[in-house]
Structure formats: C-alpha cells, structure tokens
Write a protein that binds this ligand. Structure first.
Ligand SMILES: Cc1cc2nc3c(=O)[nH]c(=O)nc-3n(C[C@H](O)[C@H](O)[C@H](O)COP(=O)(O)O)c2cc1C
Length: 190
C-alpha cells in the first residue's frame, strides 16, 4: 500500500531527546528533538535536523555547542514542556523547573533526569530552504549512573513511532502502545 511520506513516518523510529544550548548572554535553552541520528559508528558525529527558525539552531550557530539529552520515561513529561514557545531570552529549563547538572566538555547543561547525554561541538551545517542539518562532533557520551544496574540500563530510551506525536499525549514514548494505536487503526493510514 502506497502511503503519503508523512504517514510512512510510523516506520522510522526517532529518539526522544531534548537539546540544550546556551545563548550569547549565557542563558540556557532547551527543546525536544526527534530528528537526531548518529552518523555511522562509532558515534564520532551526530546529526540534528532543525526546522527554521529555532533558538536551538541560532545558539549552535553562535557558539557551536550543544548537548543531546536522551530521555526515558522518567523526566519525559517535564522535558516535553520545553517545546513551549518561550521568548529566546527565557530559559525553558528554569521556566519549567527542570533540574540540570553541568556538562563536562561544553557550556550547555545536562538535564539531570536524562538517561544519557551526548556533548557535541559544531562540525558543519547543511542548510536548506526550510531546514538546517547540524552535524556535531561528539566530545563526550555518558550514561546516567542513576539508571545503571551493573552495566545494564534500567530505563530504555523513549522513542517516537508515529506521525501524530503531538496529539497522542500519554502514549508518546511508549513504543508498544503507540504501535498498537496506529497500526491497529487502519483509518490512520488510509
Ligand atoms: C517530541 C518532539 C520532537 C521534536 N523534534 C523536533 C526536531 O527534530 N526538529 C525541530 O526543529 N523541532 C522539533 N520539535 C519542535 C521543537 O521542539 C519546538 O518547536 C521548540 O519550541 C523549539 O524550541 P527553540 O526555538 O527553543 O529551539 C519537536 C517537538 C516535540 C514535542
């Protein structure tokens, strides 16, 4: 069955991440990003796709630094609130009371409740008419000890599996429930 490209998005999982950056005044910024992918292995480079405009993108262009905070279920809901459209000078992290810790190699902070962090610096940008692909060089990748039992993560990363993630509320990040919701409902694909 041929489907529209936006319907096919269900087939391509995206991680639920929040990208943290700082602006030229040193104020932090945070925004959920699903269009995040490693560029091959090992994870030397990471790519992030931004619609235009984005404060996140402007900050990365200004100082070349960002942190990809990989979210699991804990901290997920509060992290999603960073999607609200705050003015550039307002820190979403402060406005939403999201706890942070300092990063090791870059200025933008880490979200304390994330299950892992990737600290990166700008390598290059590919710019389209209505998007920008930021390619970052990974300086530090770390799993949050809070979710480690031995060498195993106790929390899986959350993923987006559906084209309507903005409207599915609770089911966001729950891969099995989301699959059932969309694959079980043929109207969504017709
Ligand atoms: C789950 C989720 C994933 C998102 N993924 C992206 C993304 O990959 N790229 C993007 O440009 N915007 C994405 N957005 C929208 C931005 O997070 C949102 O527009 C945000 O307000 C941008 O903030 P900023 O202007 O501070 O960067 C996503 C939103 C949500 C809720």
């Amino acid at each position: 069955m041929e489907v529209r490209p936006d319907q096919f998005k269900i087939m391509l999982t995206m991680p639920v991440t929040v990208i943290t950056t700082v602006n030229s005044e040193g104020s932090s910024n945070a925004a959920p990003y699903g269009c995040v992918m490693p560029i091959l292995r090992p994870l030397d480079l990471i790519a992030v796709a931004s619609a235009l405009p984005r404060d996140t993108l402007r900050n990365i262009r200004d100082n070349g630094q960002f942190v990809v905070n990989v979210m699991g279920k804990p901290g997920f809901e509060s992290a999603m609130r960073t999607a609200k459209n705050y003015p550039p000078e307002v820190s979403e992290l402060e406005a939403e009371g999201i706890e942070t810790i300092p990063s090791k190699k870059v200025d933008p902070p880490r979200i304390s409740e994330a299950i892992g962090w990737i600290e990166a610096v700008l390598d290059q940008e590919v710019t389209g008419d209505n998007y920008a692909l930021t390619i970052g060089r990974v300086l530090c990748a770390e799993l949050n000890d809070m979710y480690l039992k031995g060498k195993h993560l106790t929390e899986p990363p959350a993923v987006l599996l559906n084209p309507d993630y903005r409207i599915v509320g609770d089911s966001i990040g729950d891969a099995r429930r989301t699959m059932k919701l969309f694959l079980g409902d043929s109207k969504k694909l017709s």
